[in-house]
Design a protein around this ligand. Structure first.
Ligand SMILES: Nc1ncnc2c1ncn2[C@@H]1O[C@H](COP(=O)(O)OP(=O)(O)OP(=O)(O)O)[C@@H](O)[C@H]1O
Length: 402
């Protein structure tokens, strides 16, 4: 059990930035997830903590002890790599027990060894494989044995690098649910690397998002989900990606998507007249109010409004943003469908909805999004990531940013 503090950690490989001034304070017993795309610096961070690479600057402190100059095997960290290293000539049981037999991390009699091995193999679903050799295992089974080898022995910190990446989706989600329940994991400070946002949200006590070697945001899963620090984080969480609509602030209102969006600036949102912004709408937060006239169209848009007038601003009900549009592409995703709705402007709004609620291609629809789920970001050049300013929920805006 130990805290893990990382300060100003930097590592270059020639001219390539591995990590750049990474700071993290991880609590004793915390399960911390590092999320980022390929090449973001996740593995470099883990290897730096383990002492497997020499960093250019910064420090790693485990349990209050500075690790500068401390050899990897003296750091009392256990690391599981995505590429699993197992002894090819040893059985699964012997592979799992070998960290307990080395004597480096304490002495365990046969009964204790067996108890520890049983605890991890039960959770990892590999109890029936104990007599096999690594070459007699599938990749997913091999990966679980490699993870078991790490978790079988007590350590101050577990470093887990995409340890479930070779499992199919179903097994992976079952396994991640159980992984955190495992006594050793729940009690040990752990850093878990993934590029799968669902895994990060499901597992992390907190999540740190890495981009180009830098930490962009650290927070509890609901914080990074509800208040992404910038468009990069917003895009990293959610599939399909968040839609970003260009808009502009004018005379106390936000106008966008060629008139489809017209909404008052909520109190507390720090924007000024003339400022360009981006409105972020997550596909699962957007509801299709109905094809053609929604049942409550008269109440929402007034008796004179034409609900099938095509793209244009729906009058927003209190608490939500409404937009009219026309359905473009409809793509089935099993029970759900992904619908692309042209609301005017150059960017379609992507909606994920149930097949029953989806309108057909070409049909007019009205979309609605709760105001607190409409994220407002600064505008930027194409491809540029920009910070979040807040949301359209005036009342909860301060809370969102806290
Ligand atoms: N040994 C090395 N030599 C040169 N460049 C390296 C080396 N290891 C990593 N890099 C570079 O450093 C950057 C960060 O790599 P790192 O492996 O930490 O990323 P990652 O987030 O773990 O990626 P992935 O998800 O693909 O494993 C990348 O640009 C990578 O190409």
């Amino acid at each position: 059990m130990a805290t893990l503090d990382i300060t100003g950690l930097s590592k270059r490989y020639g001219s390539t930035v591995g990590i750049d001034a990474v700071d993290l304070d991880i609590d004793d017993g915390e399960f911390f997830v590092l999320l980022g795309p390929s090449g973001a610096g996740k593995t470099t961070t883990l290897k730096s903590i383990a002492g497997l690479i020499e960093v250019d600057a910064g420090s790693v402190t485990i349990g209050g002890r500075d690790m500068s100059g401390v050899e990897p095997y003296e750091r009392n960290v256990a690391m599981a790599f995505e590429s699993y290293a197992l002894y090819p000539q040893k059985s699964v049981l012997d592979n799992l027990a070998s960290p307990l037999r080395s004597g480096r991390t304490g002495r365990y009699d046969d009964a204790e060894q067996r108890r520890r091995v049983d605890a991890v193999t039960g959770t990892l679903g590999i109890s029936h494989l104990l007599d096999r050799l690594p070459k007699e295992l599938s990749n997913g089974q091999r990966q679980r044995v490699a993870l078991g080898r790490v978790l079988v022995r007590p350590a101050d910190v577990y470093l887990l690098d995409e340890p479930l990446s070779h499992l199919d989706a179903k097994l992976r989600s079952a396994m991640r649910a159980e992984l955190k329940q495992l006594g050793a994991v729940s009690q040990t400070t752990s850093v878990y690397v993934t590029h799968d946002y669902q895994e990060a949200l499901a597992l992390g006590d907190r999540v740190g998002v890495l981009r180009d070697g830098r930490i962009v945001q650290v927070g509890a899963p609901e914080q990074v989900w509800n208040a992404p620090a910038d468009t990069f984080v917003a895009k990293a969480f959610g599939q399909p990606e968040i839609t970003l609509l260009d808009a502009v602030v004018d005379d106390g209102r936000i106008h966008g998507a060629d008139g489809a969006v017209d909404v008052a600036v909520p109190p507390g949102l720090a924007v000024t007249s003339g400022q360009r912004v981006r409105l972020g709408l997550r596909p699962r937060d957007v509801a299709v109010a109905g094809a053609g006239a929604p049942p409550d169209a008269a109440a929402v848009a007034g008796p004179d409004a034409d609900p099938v007038a095509g793209p244009g601003a729906g009058r927003s009900a209190p608490g939500e943003l409404r937009m009219r549009g026309r359905v473009g592409l409809v793509e089935r995703l099993g029970r759900l469908v992904e619908v692309s709705v042209d609301v005017g402007g150059s960017t379609p709004v992507i909606v994920v909805t149930s097949a029953e609620r989806a309108a057909g291609e070409g049909e007019p629809v009205e979309l609605s999004v709760p105001n607190h789920q409409v994220h407002v970001f600064q505008a930027g050049a194409s491809g540029e990531e920009t910070p979040r300013i807040g949301s359209l929920a005036g009342a909860t805006d301060e809370e969102d940013r806290a």
